[in-house]
Design a protein around this ligand. Structure first.
Ligand code: B12
Length: 353
């Protein structure tokens, strides 16, 4: 066994307890949610985990095997994940431990140790990227979704925008960018938030960036010849989701319709007055959460009971309609589409059968 490696290994074991405690303290500074997420024993549990990782690192350094450490880290992460520990927390813990080791270990020990830790961290990150891509769903733009999401997670708006503009340069059309990159990326952000992998600030940044990118695409719109049809798009009162709705309205515009995008959350009385004034052929109503279904039904009833606008076609859509078939009939809409592209086909049918 290499003597320098063995010495480095012993040094790691001898400082392991102090490094584990320091790592957990620093990790809590980066991620203040740890106590709330992992209960009263969170500190002991995380210190024990970090200590185990350090002892395994010491063994891997002794035999100079980055592969051994990577393998053991992967295994540990799998087993902790299966017991409800968040992968992001495990990665943050390992990254924090790496920083502490780089400060605590004497330089000759660095040289044998840090490359081994870095190789394992790269391995875990690469695996995580692979999972992100796999979970992004069946789309030809997996790579772009992944790059876009990575930019969002790094709060790098310029990189996110560059990803979309380069897709445009490759010949990906605006509807494809919406449906195959931006929409799945937003859905994925929703899943990550749901699992506690990102917080609301990250989601807000993603949603704001997606809307900014959509605005940047406007100069590249090439609408079909005008159809002399008017549609108005909004969401149910109280519904704050606007991105899906905006995609729908933009695609109607590209299809040659005159469009009025009201944004989300228009009060019922003001919407009715607006419809009386503008008399659109179609109202596109977005319902993003099941909590808004009853209000959407009441809004459609108000339209049906108003002689001036009772014949306005109401097209409805949003995530709740993906979960339950035929829900749209129950709330009195004329039709329902599950994507912006489907919405255009159905809107044209409804207005000019
Ligand atoms: C971003 C987001 C938010 C942001 C919205 C910011 C913004 N400026 O838009 C904020 C933080 C405000 C938010 C809040 C909430 N949200 Co939210 N949110 C999301 C998230 C992560 C992404 C939404 C999005 O942009 N999607 C991308 C677009 C393109 O997809 P889409 O909306 O589905 O639209 C497509 C189709 O549905 C269809 N479509 C959409 N509208 C229309 C309209 C018509 C007429 C047609 C034909 C088609 C159509 O075409 C679009 C393009 O293909 C989703 C996750 C997800 N899976 O979508 C949750 C999600 C929509 N939210 C959800 C929930 C529960 C909430 C909250 C209640 C959370 C809470 N506890 O506070 C609140 C409700 C606030 C409110 N009063 O509205 C749930 C809804 C579950 C359900 N089925 O009922 C989701 C699905 C997350 C989840 N899986 O639990 N949210």
């Amino acid at each position: 066994m290499d003597k320098t490696a063995r010495l480095a290994s012993n040094i790691i074991d001898s400082v392991a307890k102090a490094v584990a405690n320091w790592t957990v303290d620093e990790h809590k500074v980066i991620n203040p949610y740890l106590p709330a997420r992992y209960g009263t024993r969170w500190r002991e549990d995380w210190t024990g985990h970090t200590l185990g990782v350090l002892h395994m690192l010491a063994q891997s350094v002794a035999v100079r095997s980055a592969e051994l450490f990577s393998h053991s880290m992967r295994w540990t992460h799998e087993s902790f994940k299966a017991r409800g520990v968040d992968e992001i927390d495990l990665l943050q813990n390992a990254e924090t431990m790496r920083e502490i080791l780089s400060k605590e270990l004497p330089p000759p020990v660095h040289q044998t140790t840090l490359p081994i830790v870095d190789a394992a961290l790269d391995d875990i990150r690469a695996k995580r990227s692979g999972e992100l891509a796999a979970e992004a769903g069946e789309t030809s733009e997996k790579e772009a979704i992944l790059t876009y999401l990575t930019a969002i997670l790094e709060s790098d708006g310029a990189a996110a925008e560059a990803t979309i503009m380069s897709a445009l340069d490759r010949g990906v059309s605006v509807p494809e960018i919406y449906e195959s990159i931006l929409a799945p990326a937003q859905t994925r952000l929703g899943q990550m938030w749901h699992r506690g992998e990102i917080n609301v600030a990250d989601e807000h940044f993603g949603s704001a960036t997606t809307q900014a990118v959509m605005s940047r695409l406007r100069p590249h719109f090439k609408p079909a010849p005008a159809k002399n049809r008017l549609m108005v798009g909004t969401s149910t009162p109280g519904d704050l989701h606007e991105i899906g709705l905006r995609m729908v309205v933009d695609l109607f515009e590209l299809d040659g319709w005159n469009v009025v995008y009201l944004g989300a959350n228009t009060p019922i009385a003001d919407l009715i007055e607006f419809l009386e004034r503008r008399r659109p052929d179609l109202l596109a109503l977005s319902v993003s959460t099941a909590l808004m279904l009853r209000d959407a039904g009441e809004l459609i009833e108000c339209i049906r009971e108003n002689a001036q606008i009772s014949t306005t076609k109401v097209l409805i859509g949003g995530p709740p309609f993906r979960c339950v078939d035929g829900l749209w009939r129950e709330i009195g809409a004329d039709g329902c589409a599950l994507s912006a592209t489907q919405a255009i086909a159905l809107g044209n049918q409804l207005v000019n059968p």
